[in-house]
Structures are given as C-alpha cells and as structure tokens.
Design a protein around this ligand. Structure first.
Ligand SMILES: [Zn+2]
Length: 317
C-alpha cells in the first residue's frame, strides 16, 4: 500500500509522523530496498502489526460480523480523476465525494481516495503483497479508503484507513478483460515519474473487479506497506482474484519508469512478508462449517427419532 500521510497538527505534538515524501525508500536498490525500511523508518516499519502477511487459511477464524459491504460510486465512471506514475507505482486518484465504502464489518464509513497496484516483473514473476498459504499472485490492487470522520490520518490511529486488497491472477487470453485493456492503455502516456493523465468517464471500479465475489474476504489489522509503515490500516483481502491476461500484466513492468525514461522500469514494487506476531486473521464462516452444522443437526434429529421409535416399541410391549 502506498499512501500519502499528512501530519495532523495536534498529533505532531505527540508523535512523529512521516509522510512518504520524507522517507526515501525504494524497492530494488540495496541501499533503500525493503530490508532497509526498519532502519530508515524505525518508528513503525519494525513494529509488530506490519503488512503484508501470508494468510494461512487453516488458522483463519470465523467471524459472523464480516457481512457484505456497501459500495457507493463504484459503478460511476466520473469518480476517476486521473492516473499518475508515482515512481513507485501507478496510482488512480478517485473522487472521494462520490465514492465510499461501509459495512463489511467496518465500524465506520470510509471515503475512497485512490487505488494503486503492486506487481512483479512481467506475468512470469509474481508481485502481489499478500500471499495465501504461500501462493503469490501476479499483482495486487489496493483501494485506499480514509475514515469519513477524519480529514487526515493521525500517525497512530489504528483504523484510519480501510484498504481493500484484490489479487490479480494471470490468464492466457489476450487483451482481457476489456476494463483492464482500457486501464493499461493509459500507461504509455505516463512513462516518467510525476506524469499525470486525466481519465474521467472512461472506467468504473466495478468493471475492474469483474468476477470477484465481494462477500468473501479476509480481515486483519495491519499497516501501510510503504514507509513510514504506520499501523493504521483495517485490511480486507478478497479471496477471489481478478483475472487479467498476461499481455496486459506485462505492460506494468515494461512501460512505466521509476524516474526518467532513461531510468529502469518500475518492477517488483511489493514489500516482503511481515510476521503475524499473534494477530488473528478472520473471515466469514465457511460453507463447510455450515454443512457440518447441518449434518450435526440432521444427526441429532435422527437420534431423537430413533429414541422415539424405541419408546413406542417398548410402550407397545
Ligand atoms: Zn499498496
């Protein structure tokens, strides 16, 4: 995750807040890659509730509170403001006056600020941040939402952001789906760091999430995945991946550069996995649990029926 964190006046008196711009970091050079982040941003990057994590499905606990989300503006193409090469990723700025997320076990409404993508190096070298039972997907999309009752995130507000993570899985098609073909067509217009292109009224977020059952997801408390790694994120990682063809995935790692066009392409812009440190990942109760429950109920009913039959049998005697 890649979020601009703005210092809040009062919080500044209490603790130090780093903005992304105040911490020089990178993904691929030995002096500033992810292994150095706990050193260059020690306040949070070596904390105990960091992201991303490997989700071990056998350890996921059921939580009945993880109900369906309510998505506002996700079907509205006027919410897309522009697409930007940040030098670290590709970021799409959204109109947070029109887009929001609530429900889904969140305690508050959250306004949608932007989404960005993490990738590997071509479709052959995966680059999702989270993994599931050790499986890393080709890419991961993060929709970043800020709690509606704050205008800027405080450094230690543990639920300031709700980030929705979507895995991208590579397929052997070509140019599919149409929504991702449209999105990737803009990349050639933003080759350099800082490049910006208006893309209003051409895409919706819904269209980019085609095929994902948004009622099935993992939930845990974590952090920003870029320095200063503040532990201020309620994470939602959806189980179903978005399916995108390899040729479109390849465009991310061979079109946009980390700075000028003379510099390398942005590749492998994902953070290394972080320790769980006792945190619990939750999800909706599974259907197998319901099946077990139904089977148990059936068994119980049969047992009572059998007992009644015995009673009738012996009463007849
Ligand atoms: Zn991210």
């Amino acid at each position: 995750m890649d979020v601009q964190l703005v210092p809040f006046f009062i919080v500044c008196l209490l603790s130090t807040v780093y903005s992304e711009g105040s911490v020089e970091f990178c993904y691929n050079s030995p002096g500033c890659n992810a292994t150095t982040w706990p050193t260059i941003a020690p306040l949070y990057c070596n904390g105990t509730r960091q992201s991303p994590i490997n989700i071990v499905t056998a350890d996921v606990k059921a939580d009945n509170n993880l109900t369906a989300f309510s998505f506002t503006g996700f079907n509205d193409s006027s919410t897309f403001i522009n697409i930007q090469n940040t030098g670290k990723s590709v970021k799409i700025h959204l109109d947070d006056q029109k887009m929001s997320v609530s429900g889904g076990g969140l305690q508050n409404k959250y306004k949608s600020k932007e989404f960005h993508i993490h990738w590997g190096n071509g479709s052959s070298f995966s680059g999702s941040e989270h993994t599931v039972d050790g499986k890393q997907y080709a890419m991961e999309m993060h929709i970043v939402n800020l709690r509606a009752d704050v205008s800027v995130a405080a450094a230690n507000d543990s639920t300031a952001y709700a980030v929705l993570g979507f895995f991208i899985e590579a397929t052997n098609d070509s140019g599919k789906p149409e929504s991702w073909k449209n999105l990737t067509s803009f990349l050639s217009n933003i080759p350099k760091k800082g490049d910006l292109l208006d893309i209003m009224n051409q895409l919706t977020v819904d269209s980019l999430l085609e095929g994902v059952d948004r009622t099935k997801y993992y939930r845990y408390l974590g952090s920003l995945t870029t320095p200063a790694c503040n532990e201020i994120v309620v994470w939602t990682v959806f189980k179903d991946p978005v399916k995108v063809s390899k040729d479109l995935i390849d465009l991310f790692s061979n079109t946009v550069h980390i700075d000028t066009t003379a510099d390398p392409f942005i590749t492998n812009n994902y953070r290394i996995l972080q320790a769980l440190n006792g945190r619990v990942v939750t999800s909706q109760p599974t259907s197998s649990a319901n099946t077990t429950s139904s089977a148990s109920t059936l068994h119980h009913t049969l047992s009572i029926s059998t007992a009644l039959l015995y009673c009738v049998f012996f009463w007849c005697l």
